[in-house]
Structure formats: structure tokens, C-alpha cells
Design a binder for this molecule. Sequence first.
Ligand code: C2E
Ligand code: MG
Ligand code: MG
Length: 431
Amino acid sequence: MSSIDTLTGFPNRFGCLQMAEQLSSDAVVSGQPYAILWIDMDRFKQVNESFGHMGGDEVIKSLAIRFRTRMGGRAELCRMGADEFVLLVPRCDRDQAQRLATELCSTIEEPIAVGNLVLHPTASIGIAIFELGEGSLELLERADRAMLAAKTKGGQGVVCSGDEPIPGRLGVTLAREELAVENSLHFALENGGLCLHYQPIIHAHGHIEAVEALMRCSVNGESIPPGKFIPVAEKTGLIIRLGEWCLLQGAMHARRLFDAGYDTKVAINVSRAQLISPKFTQALHAALICSNAQPGQIELELTESLFMDVSDHVQRNLKNALAAGVRLAIDDFGTGYSCLANLKDIPAGKLKLDRAFVTVLPEDRRALSVVRAMTQLGHELGMTIVAEGCERQEEIDALLEVGVDAIQGYFYARPMPEEQLLPWLQQRSAT
Ligand code: C2E
Ligand code: MG
Ligand code: MG
């Protein structure tokens, strides 16, 4: 069987595999890695359709010449089929391979004249680096898969094997790191790796307005920050289970606080995915019944983006929550896309101004004017205004000055585990 491609004079698939085997044995002896770059031209079908197969062949030939000139003996060049090339690069690690791929992209992207038309070719490139013990075919397959991932991303790009997006359990495509977070969340749910921390919200008059329940996740002693796991939970739909868990734990905590003589509200964050689910009302009722909490002690924090398009399910769930006696708050207000005018349609009793407005105070007079206007409007609509993320006395002075009702932030307390909260509350009521 011939191992040479007649059009380009490069080794074909068969020749490529033979060379890969040789390079793998060399790499085992030298201990130096080698790289495979799998190149697939984008939209080549269109080239063949527009210029005919003869035109297509001309393009392939000019690309082959470009590759040979550019590589100048640094790599073995093979043609795997129609518009696919493979480069075998001895003594090449991942960083070098990535630089080489970028170099190749610019070589490929130089226009090619075909007849009286000009073609602007692009390619998708997959990279795989030889690993000890790996077969040559396996290595080529990894490079091919990486190339396909680059293609799926829209082409004209480079993907290294190991960086491809992979399907998560719920069918969503996740990056490798996200998949690891998803697995950790499953593990945490099943093995008690989740807990709630509570951050007090202090009223201008000095009493504790509420405590916000904030989810924490740790697996094998390593904690994952909410900024990392909440988006993955939302993407994969796991937030529904996590959210149900939070509702129940938060409500049980409210009951324990009540039994200890505190009617402090417990604010629980609720994601959009939970509220658009027809099962939300059922989960809320279950949490209230199982915990025997006072519904008025439970507050649901909803992000303002939820109110951009309020579906029937959301409306029904909010109506049912209010009917059950639960309170509603709008979280992170001012960061999303909704405007002040939307406030009149939202049945919430509390508005939480995002930390972004707070950190620039008191110096930023314009931000202060915005806070003043939001506070006035919120008050006219009968809402309590809370400022989030307050770390400095000057911020708090400015916020109270413009009429904000309550403050949440590290200045007073960081989120703390349940066992620390009760002593904290006791100490505070004693002073
Ligand atoms: P959020 O609901 O706006 O919660 C407030 C966040 O601000 C918390 O971050 C809190 O620790 C942080 N924070 C409070 N005071 C300060 C301060 O003075 N300075 C600074 N720099 N930060 C402060 P955390 O706990 O990391 O949570 C981040 C976000 O994750 C929350 O923002 C919320 O959107 C989401 N989240 C947390 N727990 C849950 C949950 O149980 N369910 C859902 N759906 N989302 C949650
Ligand atoms: Mg919140
Ligand atoms: Mg917030």
C-alpha cells in the first residue's frame, strides 16, 4: 500500500501512522515529548462547490507548499484526506505547539488567488502532545478530537487536547473545570458538603433587620467559592436541588432562631431557574411545613434580572409565596438591565442596592445621587432599602445620610456558620 499522497507528495494516513510510531519510540528513548497538530480547513466544501474539484486541488497544493516553506524541516507534514493535514513535530511541548499553531494560522490565512477570485482560507487546529504509554493511533485521535472541538467553537481557532468542552451529566456542554465543579456539587449534596453561613443585616435603628443565608460548599476539606459553583449549578440545573436544600435549611434555621427568642428574618437567595420551575411553590410549602417556621420570618432574595420577563410560572410562584406569608426582596439592584420604572410592578418589600454603588462612596457624588434617588423611589413604593457590601464607616455614614434603612457588610460582620450566629446575636443584644 502506498504511503504517499499523490497530490501533495506528503505521506498519507498510512504514512502518517508509521511516522507517528517512529516518533513515539524516539520520544520514549529521549524522554522528550512530541506534538501532533491536526489541521482542517474551514468551509472547504464551499471551495469545492465554487471552484470545482480542480480548483479545490489547486488550493490544497498551494497550502501544502506554504506549510512546507513555513516549517522548513521543523515538522513532518502529512495529508490525511480531502482538506486535512497533520504535522508531526519532534521535541515539542504544549507551549511550543501552541505558538506553532498560531504561526500556522497566519500562514493559512494569507489570501489565495483561484482563477480571478480571491479566497480567504481559515482552519481549525487540534493539538495533542504524546504521553508515555499512549499508542500512536490514540494520540492521533486526540488531536482529531481537539480539532473537532475547535470546529465546534466556530472554526478559525486552536484547541489543545484536554481543553475541549465535554458534555455534563445534564447534557449541557461544560469546560473541564466546570465539570469538576459539577461533580463536586453532586458529591457535596450526597455527602454533607454543603452548609449555610449567615450574614447579619443591621437596621439604622440598631436592631438586626435579617440574616442572609449564603451557601458554602466544600469537598475533601477544600472549599469552592459561590462565585464558582453557583453559575455551574445554574447552568446544569443542579440549582433546583441546591435551592430546595437551602429553602429547607434556611427555614429550619429561622425556626431555631424563633425558638431561641429571635424573630429575625432569614433571607434565602433564589435563582431564576428555581422560580421559573412549576415545582417551586411545592418546594417552598414543603420547607415551611417541615420546618414549622413562621412564613413571615422567611424572605426570598430574587435578582432584578428576573423581572425583565416575568413568565406565568414566575408570576404564579411569586403570588403563591406572598399568599403563604413569605416576604420578597430584590437583590443586587442596579447591576442588571431593569430600570427604576420596573419597580412598581414587583411585589417586593425590600430593595438591596448592589455593592457597586457602595464601594465608590462617599467620594463619588454622582453615585450618591443615584443611591438617593433609588432610596426615595423605593420608599415611595413602601420598600425597605438595604445597602450591600459595606466595609467602611464613611460608606455607612453616606448611605444613612441619604436615607438607606439597613446595612449589610464586612464592617459589621462577615457571613458566619450557624453555631457562631446565636452567640453573635446574644452579644449584640447585650450591648
Ligand atoms: P449576594 O446574594 O448578593 O450575597 C452577598 C455577597 O456579598 C456574599 O458573597 C457576601 O459574602 C458578600 N459580601 C457581604 N458583605 C461584603 C463586604 O462587605 N465586602 C465584600 N467584598 N463582599 C461582601 P458570597 O457568599 O460569596 O455569595 C455570592 C453570591 O452567590 C451571592 O450574592 C448570591 O448571588 C450567590 N449565592 C450565595 N448563596 C446562594 C444560594 O444559597 N442560592 C443562590 N441561588 N445563590 C446564592
Ligand atoms: Mg443575596
Ligand atoms: Mg446581593
